[in-house]
Design a protein around this ligand. Structure first.
Ligand code: UDX
Length: 397
């Protein structure tokens, strides 16, 4: 496997066995591949593809200004490799691209002998290696059966169900999957708000609901809203794709609106626990990444909440186990305790396990007001209240 990227320093680090992101199991996998000679890295796109029967396109498709996915990276990559691909080879598109993009890639390649196939990935950050080795389905979208069979041959080692379909359907499966998962999280966040209003406990509600196999208990953890590199851009793109095709996806618009409200709700809780105002006060923030077990800050709900706290006049002292560089607007501290120094409220924004086991008496002594907004329902409310904290989770009584 030859991997190519435009980022020279990234390629150099990977070639030396250094993985530039936090991803469990990935450094071991990369080093194993390098040592066995089965994996190499280059910045020379032509060199990478010239002997490849299969070329995987895994380039980013960020959100453009109008909500549509920005296809410029994928078009540029396809245009560059097109002339160098072997005769009758296959280009497999892993990037999440608008429905119908296979045709766009075909045009950019300019190679009628080369087939383009959609093969979306469903990896979660933080467990990407596990998800890759243990997929729950393989989706192949190809225009003809013989191409689909050749691509399916790459997945013989897995027993996961194989969905072989046309490219547009495969591309829609990816968007619909992410949109549905985002819907589940927004749904539980809305139920949590309802629980607070009527005095119910969302944890018990989820337990009761999730036992029904038609509902399932996965992806029903209330939190500060969903974020990350996929859900925000993919839900926005799907609304746009639908709109462009003449369908008003109002359900998904509602899902996105509930998510925006959630950032605001968490910020309002912090204001309340800080005594009604954050003007000129300090808020501590534990966890900045969009979820635990990753160092990814893209569209992080924690950062969304931090921005809303700043709007209300707060200064933010933040701690995250993976955060090394400073971030504009955040005073990043080296440990969770100093982040609480002089704070009027502590917000738990990411569900890092280590936060559970901290010394809350010490935390309380450092704060000027003992108050915690636990936006991940991570901590034990009784322990916090016993230690003299005002505590608010999400959807708890
Ligand atoms: C997601 C999809 O799960 C994956 O299949 C796809 O390939 C890429 O997008 P990822 O972005 O890694 O993966 O994050 P995920 O674990 O799905 O979480 C997304 C967001 O939802 C995070 O902000 C997370 O904290 C939040 N979330 C998730 C909740 O708030 N509650 C939950 O119950 C689950």
């Amino acid at each position: 496997m030859v991997c190519t990227d435009v980022d020279v320093s990234r390629v150099e680090r990977l070639a030396g066995g250094q993985v530039p992101i936090v991803e469990e199991g990935l450094p071991e996998l990369v080093r194993e591949g390098l040592a066995s000679g089965r994996l190499s890295f280059t910045t020379d796109n032509a060199d990478a593809v010239v002997h490849a029967e299969f070329t995987f396109l895994c380039v980013p498709t960020p959100q453009g200004g109008d909500g549509r996915a920005d296809m410029s990276f994928i078009q540029a990559a396809a245009g560059e490799i097109g002339p160098h691909l072997p005769f009758e080879s296959i280009v497999v598109n892993k990037s999440t691209v608008p429905v119908g993009s296979t045709k766009v890639v075909e045009r950019a390649l300019g190679r009628p002998d080369v087939s383009v196939v959609s093969n979306p990935e469903f990896l979660r950050e933080g467990s990407a290696v596990h998800d890759f080795l243990n997929p729950d389905r393989i989706v192949i979208g190809a225009d003809d059966e013989s191409t689909a069979i050749r691509v399916a041959g790459l997945f013989l080692r897995t027993s996961a169900p194989l969905v072989v379909t046309d490219p547009s359907t495969a591309e829609t499966i990816k968007y619909a999957s992410n949109a549905f998962l985002a819907t589940k999280v927004s749904f539980v966040n809305a139920v949590a708000a309802m629980c607070e209003a009527v005095g119910a406990d969302v944890r018990q509600v989820v337990l009761g609901m999730g036992s029904d196999p038609r509902i399932g208990s996965d992806f029903l953890r209330p939190g500060p809203g969903w974020g990350g590199s996929c859900f925000p851009k993919d839900t926005a793109a799907l609304v746009r794709i639908a709109e462009d095709a003449g369908y008003d996806f109002s359900l998904l618009k509602g899902v996105i609106a509930v998510n925006e409200e959630q950032y605001q709700r968490v910020a309002q809780k912090a204001v309340k626990l800080a005594g009604g105002s954050l003007q000129g006060k300090t808020a501590a923030l534990w966890g900045v990444t969009f979820k635990a077990r990753t160092d990814d800050l893209r569209s992080s709900p924690s950062l969304e909440v931090a921005a809303r706290l700043r709007e209300r006049g707060a200064k933010i002292q933040a701690y995250d186990p993976t955060l090394r560089a400073s971030i504009p607007g955040l005073d990043v501290r080296d440990d969770p305790y100093t982040a609480c120094d002089g704070a009027s409220v502590l917000v738990v924004g990411t569900e890092w396990d280590e936060f559970r086991w901290l010394d809350f008496d010490k935390v309380g002594e450092l704060m000027v007001n003992k108050a915690v907004v636990d936006a991940r329902n991570l901590l034990e409310p009784a322990t916090l209240r016993r230690a003299g904290f005002a505590y608010e989770g999400i959807g708890l009584v």
